[in-house]
Design a protein around this ligand. Sequence first.
Ligand code: ATP
Length: 676
Amino acid sequence: QTLLESKSKDPYPDWKPGEPVPYAALCTTFALIESTTKRLIILSHCSLFLRQVLRLTPEDLLPTVLLMINKLAADYAGVELGIGESLIMKAIGESTGRSLAVIKADQNEIGDLGLVAAKSRSNQPTMFKPKALTVRGVRDGLMAIATTQGNGAQTRKIAGIKKLLSAADAHSAGKGKGVDITKDKGGASESKFIVRTLEGKMRLGLADRTVLVALAQAMVVHEISKEGKVPTTEQLERGETILKTVYSELPSYEVIVPAMLEHGIFNLEEHCKLQPGVPLKPMLAKPTKAITEVLDRFENKNFTCEYKYDGERSQIHFVSPDSQHQYLSSVPSVKSEKGISAIFSRNSEDLSKKYPDILAKLDHWVKDGTKSFVLDCETVGWDLVEKKVLPFQQLMTRKRKDVKVEDVKVKVCVFAFDLLFLNGEPTVKKSLRERREMMKQTFEEVEGEFGFAKCMNTSDLDEIQTFLDESVKASCEGLMVKMLDGEESGYEPSKRSRNWLKVKKDYLSGLGDSLDLVVLGAYYGKGKRTSLYGAFLLSAYNPTTETYETICNLGTGFTDPVLQHLHALLSPSAIPSPPSYYSHSPVPAHQPDVWFPPKHVWEVKAADLTLSPRYRAAEGYLDGVEGKGVSLRFPRFLREREDKKPEDATRVRDVAEMYRRQEGVSKGKDGGGGGG
Ligand code: ATP
């Protein structure tokens, strides 16, 4: 039973039908969520609140959902919060009349800027009561802060934050007396949640996926109860499946929520389909340790091997001028004779300004008469003289923004391996064989500009081995092995699927896969490296607790120029103490000389995994192990992963699975869920 279900007392007397959703009401739900770790309870708090929004103020459903997932817009819109700590501290100080030194001292002691804000707020007497915050007002305020640019942007951002903080908590139960931060983690304090939202870290344990499921449930209950009925389990499950499918193909609540309100959840699939202009999260592959594992997985199935090109994932979207398009013109795109086009990264970020040379040549390889498409590709550096793929490191030397076609030094070639949408229709449900065929009919290979990923359909072990060797000679990373026919060969957006397996050249010994880890801190070097960092503390990500759990120290694999580059890159953002959401050894001797906010992701290879009392990774995911985390043995730096955000780093659950697999293999049995 939660607050919202209690009939005896209206928990939000100020919230009348048709009136904006009070932000305080959302914060009460956040506090309920924060007070538990049980996923089903979190889900029910979330869906009950959304039901209330649907019942009273459906027009606020979109801003409510966005604040729940801590986003202001879909990823591809590029609107990000993540406001720096110093700016927020300044705003807290100025809006509450406390000095910056006191705020900093509080932050050192409490380690959660949200609580510092809540505490600061409570000390302040309120003479004039500002109007209560509303969900839509907070969303608009945050949007204004996030999108402020140009001259005096810092000052205007601080002013925006102050405005929100001044109105926060003015109507709370204590009426200005305040928030006791020693109780209930600060309870439902609006200041706390505003600050955490600004930081880009809610730390509620509320996963995006839970919000999606809660929204589906709320919608089904709302619709069925309008007919005076109670929804069946089958209806609830159907609603959930529909929303999950639609969101995976069209990951934009700005498009989905209004359509769902207008047409109902059960008709959503007809109205919300994959569209050029809305990038989808790509399908990902499972790692393997040996070619024989591939054969075991795909036994008696038709499968195909492709070169695994080593570059940057690129999703190319295109529409011709005469076709209907709603969204492509609202993202940064390039116009050509044949139509308009845009490129997105693995994370749905806009790459059009990084690779204008690709879009400039698009008319060469798109056949006449093509109306629209979404193409999944890998962009690699291209050696014009040798006419072959360049190593990944060369591609990385390209400028990242505002590239001018005439200045490009490292030429690129696009290798297409999948087609997700063609001429007005999604193709994701077709078999890979059919999608490949459609690709061949729609595009033309142009050497050094555009090609199809080299492929071979075979199930012969020797042939696959030879193909793997050839791929490595051609500067590729190895092979991708994919299901070719039938339902299982459909494109599964945003899924790491066992219908795609990766066989990397250096799998055949060692761990199976490299890890993408977040840099938390650094140690000063020794000898001639005393002015640089000589080693780093790395971590894996825990999405449930939104914490970074330490996994190893890394001091191998760096050349001197790389260390210089990393020092220049990291040192400006060094912070003296670790944020509260770092899970690390409490022993001071094991702590780095400087800490960093979570930002940089590095790819690291290791000999194997081991248990260690010094590191914390996957601590809660190992049965029968206490006081120890998983650590890497002989870790080696491979490269920076600029295309990954810290939240995309290797997750602690995967670390635990890798450890279990390794243990299973070393004991001569199947590693439990291997390949799956
Ligand atoms: P993750 O580690 O999360 O799986 P990643 O970006 O590190 O992702 P890998 O796992 O190494 O990538 O392999 C998958 C990536 O390989 C794809 O995201 C894509 O960028 C690249 N790739 C290259 N060639 C192909 C291909 N033929 N088919 C699919 N992906 C390919």
